[in-house]
Each structure stands twice: as structure tokens, then as C-alpha cells.
Design a protein. Structure first.
Length: 526
């Protein structure tokens, strides 16, 4: 019924998609976090450059795509990896425009929806730090856009590309895979198109998966001393009821990551469903506006009526996303809402398009063609301006001063604001540590220390471990004590905090000053 919409994609759409890329990119670069960060972001900034295994579920495609950017002679490596997120987020916004154009013929509405996505609080916050959520959003939008485009044009090469991106997305962020049931339903509803579509989709998926596995194997084989398994898992292997033999091959390490061993205790917790769904709905106005969900409801109904398969794709994808995140009791839950925001916004653009089409249809019944044409243009531009002025601007306004001054406007508890002293403190600590030191510290500190040691100071002799790698069991693992006994004669060993379990195991802790930090040196009892 609506296949002419996609055939109307032309140079104007290319130009508007380019605008939807450049405007957010300028915004993100203006507010880009300027340097090294703690925690996950510090891990990515370090391991993109060193090309080493990261925390579950593992991100080999992300690491590989960001690696070339980390080599550019711009600022420092930490800034360059932050820039990669900005570029991928801007590509996601441009892709949103193309995907939204599959749902409405009104360009202004598709562009307004894309710009609303760009200034959403959580989406923007992830576009300016080294993280996987902006790249994940780009892959999700590209897959959805290609499927919608294929629905309208029957160009099977789009299925091949969409399948390839789907396989690759497993190495960017696993949340993209949550749309798989919706994609399967979407293809089943096209069964009349024959087996060719299945072959193209499957070939793409297999190719993308094979490339993801190959990249994981290459990164694992590269095996820099600073990687997740060395820094976090192996010294504390008993915390998972495992032994080193359980991780002695690349595919065992892959399974550890892809099976989400570290995060599985927090998944499928039905007792938090009410609380977390509440958090989602209450946060929507600050993310995509208060009226947008209602437009999405209308858009979903309209799509089910007019373009049933496209409507079912988006609605079932939204359902699987929400079902997962509402039962995932993780501390940084809000970033997992980003795919749902994208899907709701696509439905909202479809709803606005339906309103504009309905109004234009009425006008054409009562007005001459020339009058109807300019009134139709006025309607879509007016609706787009209402979306931008009435929804996007109130979301953007609290960050306006930060944009004018060129600073990061966000300070989420789970993602601390940039601290310009983080790198100097890490560098001072590294320079003061004795040769061949082993230091146990917390997750937020180990990657800035590795960054300062291996990237800035070229000190591969220093080893940093996370003290308590299991969040559901904050205690020193028995294997860590065994590891300390094995290493204490060859390495100075320090802890960033007093650990009573070491004293119970017969060690003495002596307070020492290492550069700017007070540490506890582990010593044998005399």
C-alpha cells in the first residue's frame, strides 16, 4: 500500500540524513568528555588501544571499529575513544531519519523525530563517553531501517546487509539481539516472498557471526597483559566456582562472556518488574517527552491497520526489550532503556505522519490542488516545529549552558562526571610503584591505572586486579589468597583498602604512601 514512500527517497533525503548526522555530531563533539574516565569507560579507552578482552559480554566488533580512531593524531587516546561514541551516535540519528522515512512520507517529521532522539538525556550522555550503547543504537537502527526498506522495495540485498549487521551486533552490544524474535515474526509474515529471503537473511547473519567470532579470537590471541581475564577473573576464579582450566581456551572465555556469567544473577528478577517499569515510565518525559508515548500508541494502532507487518515488527521488538529490562536488576539500568526510546520514537513519528496525512486528505477534498499542496507542507512543518519546540527544546534547555561553555552536561551516579585529576593521580601512582608491583583495587581504578602504566608510561611490569569482581559477593576470593601466596616472593603486593580476610589468612598489612595514595602492603608474618 505504501511502497511508493521508499521509492521517493532521493538526494533530498540524503541531504537531510547528512544534516541529521552533522548537527548531533557538532553537539556531541562540543560536549565531549575531554579525557580519561573511571570504570567501564576507562576499560574501553584502555582496551580499544591495547586491543584486549573486555568484561562480559565482550565487545570485539566495538573494539575493532574504534581501534583505528584511537590511532589518529588528535588529543589523547581517551578522547579519541570518546569521539568514536559521538560518531556512532550521530550515525544512529541519521539512520533514525532514514528508518522514520519508511514510516512516513513527511520528511520534516522524520527529521524532527531524529533530532528529538539526539537530545534525549540518556542517549546524549552515552554519545560523549567511551561506551557501547551509542554504537549499539546505531546497529539497532540500521537493522530496523533496512528491514523496513526491504518491506517496501523487496530488495533482498537489504536482508543480506541487515543479517550481517545482526551477526556483528553480538560483538557490539547483546541487547540488539533482543529484536531477533520480532525479526523472525516479521520474516514469517512475508512467507509469500519465498525461500530467497530466508537464504539472504541467514547468509548475512552467518557471515556477521563468523566475523564477530573471528575478531574475538584475534583479540583473545593478541592477549595483552592488560585485559579483563587477567585483571579481574583469573585471580578470583574461585568466586565463580571455577578453576583456571575452565578458561584455558578462547572458546571457553567466549562462553564465559556470552553467557553473561558476571551479570546472570541480576537477570530475570520478576520481583523488580513493578519498580523498574515505574522507573521507565516516569523517566520518559526527560528522555523523549511526555506526549511522545501517546503519539506512539496512536502510531502503533495506525501501523497495525495500514502496515501490519511493520507495526508488528516495531511493537514486538519494543515488547521484548521492555520484558528484558524490566526484570534486569542492574545498577545502570537506565542505559538499557535506549532501544525502547528509539522504538517508541519511531512509532511516534508514524503517529504524527498519520495525523498529517489525515489532515492533508481532508484539505484535498475541499481545496484546490495548489492550495492543498502548500497547506500540506505547512501542516507537516508545523507539526515538526511543535515536536521540536514543544518536546525537544524543553529536554535540551537544561543542558544549554553546558553546550555554550563546551562541557559535559551530565553527572549520573552510575557514570561519574569527568574528573581532570583522575589521570594525574593515576600517573603519579604508577610512577611511584616499585617494579613488578601487583595492586588490588576497585573496578573504577584499575583501568585508569593500566592506562597510565601501559599507554602513558610503557610500564608493562605493573599488574592491577579488581579486589571484589562479583558484585553479588563482595568478598575476597579464596583463589585470590592462593594467588597472593604464590606471588608474594616475586612481587610487591598492595591493596587499596584494608582487607581483613588477608589478616585472617596470616598476612600482615602495612600502611604505605605510594605517590598520592595510601595503600596497604601485604607482607608475610615474621
Amino acid at each position: 500500500m505504501n511502497r511508493h514512500r521508499n521509492k521517493s527517497l532521493n538526494r533530498y533525503d540524503a541531504g537531510l540524513a547528512g544534516l541529521a548526522f552533522l548537527l548531533p555530531l557538532a553537539l556531541y563533539v562540543r560536549t565531549l568528555t575531554p579525557g580519561l574516565l573511571p570504570g567501564d569507560s576507562g576499560e574501553f579507552q584502555t582496551l580499544v588501544f591495547l586491543w584486549g578482552d573486555t568484561h562480559p559480554t565482550g565487545y570485539p566488533v566495538y573494539l575493532t571499529l574504534a581501534k583505528p580512531l584511537s590511532l589518529l593524531p588528535l588529543h589523547d587516546i581517551a578522547w579519541r575513544v570518546n569521539l568514536f561514541s559521538a560518531i556512532m551516535a550521530a550515525l544512529a540519528v541519521a539512520g533514525f531519519y532514514i528508518a522514520a522515512r519508511q514510516l512516513t512520507r513527511f520528511r520534516a517529521l522524520a527529521l524532527a523525530g531524529a533530532l528529538l532522539l539526539a537530545v534525549g538525556t540518556t542517549f546524549w550522555s552515552q554519545a560523549i563517553i567511551a561506551e557501547v550503547y551509542a554504537p549499539g543504537a546505531a546497529f539497532l537502527i540500521a537493522i530496523l531501517g533496512l528491514l523496513l526498506w526491504w518491506d517496501a522495495t523487496n530488495s533482498d540485498w537489504m536482508l543480506l546487509v541487515a543479517g550481517t549487521l545482526g551477526g556483528l551486533s553480538l560483538g557490539v552490544h547483546m541487547s540488539v539481539a533482543l529484536i531477533a524474535p520480532a525479526v523472525l515474526l516479521f520474516l514469517l509474515l512475508h512467507w509469500r516472498r519465498g525461500w530467497r529471503m530466508w537464504g539472504m537473511a541467514a547468509a548475512g547473519a552467518v557471515a556477521g557471526l563468523a566475523l564477530t567470532l573471528t575478531l574475538f579470537w584475534l583479540i583473545d590471541r593478541h592477549n595483552p597483559s592488560a585485559n579483563y581475564f587477567h585483571a579481574v577473573i583469573l585471580p578470583s576464579i574461585s568466586a565463580w566456582g571455577m578453576t583456571p582450566a575452565d578458561l584455558n581456551s578462547p572458546w571457553k572465555r567466549l562462553w564465559f562472556g556470552w553467557s553473561a556469567q558476571q551479570f546472570r544473577p541480576f537477570m530475570y528478577q520478576t520481583d523488580v518488574l513493578g519498580e523498574q517499569s515505574n522507573q521507565f515510565w516516569q523517566g520518559l518525559p526527560a528522555e523523549i517527552g511526555g506526549v511522545t508515548p501517546w503519539l506512539a500508541v496512536f502510531g502503533g494502532i495506525w501501523l497495525l491497520w495500514k502496515r501490519t507487518r511493520a507495526g508488528l515488527l516495531l511493537l514486538s521488538a519494543l515488547a521484548t526489550q521492555l520484558l528484558f529490562v524490566f526484570t534486569y536488576a542492574i545498577w545502570d539500568l537506565y542505559v538499557f532503556f535506549i532501544p525502547a526510546y528509539i522504538l517508541i520514537l519511531l512509532l511516534a513519528v508514524a503517529g504524527l505522519g498519520a495525523i498529517a496525512a489525515g489532515a492533508l486528505g481532508l484539505i484535498r477534498k475541499i481545496a484546490p490542488e495548489n492550495t492543498a499542496n502548500w497547506m500540506g507542507a505547512a501542516i507537516q512543518i508545523g507539526l515538526a516545529l511543535l515536536l521540536l519546540g514543544g518536546v525537544a527544546w524543553p529536554i535540551f534547555r537544561p543542558q544549554k549552558d553546558a553546550v555554550l561553555t563546551g562541557v559535559d552536561p551530565f553527572d549520573f551516579e552510575e557514570y561519574p562526571a569527568y574528573n581532570p585529576q583522575l589521570l594525574p593521580i593515576a600517573q603519579s601512582t604508577v610512577s611511584a610503584l616499585p617494579a613488578d608491583t601487583i595492586l588490588f583495587t576497585d573496578w573504577d581504578a584499575i583501568w585508569p591505572l593500566y592506562y597510565a602504566a601501559q599507554i602513558d608510561a610503557h610500564r608493562a611490569d605493573l599488574i592491577f586486579h579488581e579486589t571484589y569482581p562479583r558484585d553479588d559477593r563482595p568478598e575476597l576470593a579464596d583463589s585470590a589468597i592462593t594467588y597472593i601466596r604464590q606471588q608474594i616472593d616475586q612481587h610487591p603486593i598492595f591493596f587499596s583498602e584494608r582487607e581483613s580476610k588477608l589478616q585472617q589468612a596470616g598476612f600482615r598489612l602495612r600502611i604505605v604512601r605510594i605517590g598520592p595514595q595510601r595503600l596497604f602492603r601485604v607482607e608475610k608474618q615474621p
